[in-house]
Ligand binder design. Structure first.
Ligand SMILES: [Zn+2]
Length: 299
């Protein structure tokens, strides 16, 4: 993944002492997938990693879209709260080095490489001085998304524009299929060939991967590591792997809810909530009651 200006590079604009450079130290980190109680796993770090998809000027028909004005409001709040942006790869490297991470760090990620990431997202990110990572579907660059409601995707020139503005990219596979359903050869191609294609076309190392649909298992984590990535991103479920860093979906909800997403232990609180409500659901089922009022905040 292309390195960009960020707090861990020492380029801070608000007087906070920068951390030492992260390069040079490589410590092997095991990436077990343990099925603990109700999916409980110890995360490598608790820096909030925000996940976005489409950004739109008005209310759109896309299931994962955020109106530009609300994105602006979120970024303004992050600025007001003195958050500083960091890349997922820098988080992973700091964990590898055993380096403590300062508070009020946030990582901003946008999946799929939609054209509006550039046209709407980039001006706002620059306005508020944040760096973000866009995860590209390497086999669909310059085309239209076909894994969800069709929407235009950035072309190679536009991706270069994104990079030239100091932003970063990672791989989101070749064709955005559920990797768990693929035979080994296709899994390797989705993970490895997407990396090679992005590096070839963009001339930069691509070291971060985001799992399509945020679905993965042990086999997929191994494939990502073997392909030479340094980190990976997944969804809100707890994960103890640097190749499936927990992200929270920020493309819905109020500004008040957004504040909750920034709480470092939000994913753990959500897991506790799920565990408690799951217990309640069993109890209701056992009592023969309707549990239709149960709400799973699975965002
Ligand atoms: Zn995606």
């Amino acid at each position: 993944m292309g390195r960009s200006r960020s707090v861990l590079d020492g380029e801070t604009d608000d007087g906070v002492a920068p951390l030492p450079p992260l390069s040079g130290v490589r410590v092997a980190v095991e990436t077990p997938v343990r099925n603990g109680i109700a999916g409980w796993r110890r995360r490598p770090c608790r820096v909030p990693i925000l996940m976005y998809h489409r950004l739109t000027l008005g209310a759109g028909g896309h299931p994962r879209s955020l109106i530009a004005e609300r994105f602006r409001g979120q970024l303004a709040l992050l600025r007001e709260l003195r958050f500083r942006s960091v890349l997922p790869g820098e988080i992973a490297q700091a964990v590898r080095c055993g380096m403590p991470l300062p508070s009020r760090l946030v990582a901003i990620t946008l999946d799929d490489g939609y054209l509006d990431t550039l046209t709407i997202g980039l001006p706002l990110l620059r306005q508020f001085g944040f760096t973000a990572t866009c995860y590209l579907v390497a086999g669909r660059v310059g085309r239209t998304s076909d894994w969800t409601i069709p929407a235009p995707l950035m072309g190679w020139g536009e991706v270069r524009e994104w990079l030239a503005a100091g932003m970063a990219v990672g791989s989101h596979s070749l064709s955005h299929r559920d990797l768990r359903t693929l035979p080994p050869s296709e899994l390797r191609a989705e993970v490895g060939d997407s990396k090679a294609r992005l590096e070839d076309r963009l001339g930069i190392p691509v070291e971060s991967f985001a799992h399509p649909f945020n679905r993965f298992g042990r086999r997929e984590l191994d494939a990502v590591e073997l392909a030479g990535y340094r980190d990976g991103c997944a969804g809100v479920d707890l994960s103890d792997s640097l190749f499936a860093l927990t992200r929270v979906s920020a493309d819905y909800g109020s500004l008040g809810w957004f504040r909750i997403l920034l709480v470092p232990v939000y994913p753990e609180l959500r897991r506790v909530y799920l565990m408690v409500t799951a217990r309640d659901r069993v109890r209701w089922w056992w009592a023969g009651q309707d549990d239709s009022s149960a709400r799973w905040p699975d965002r």
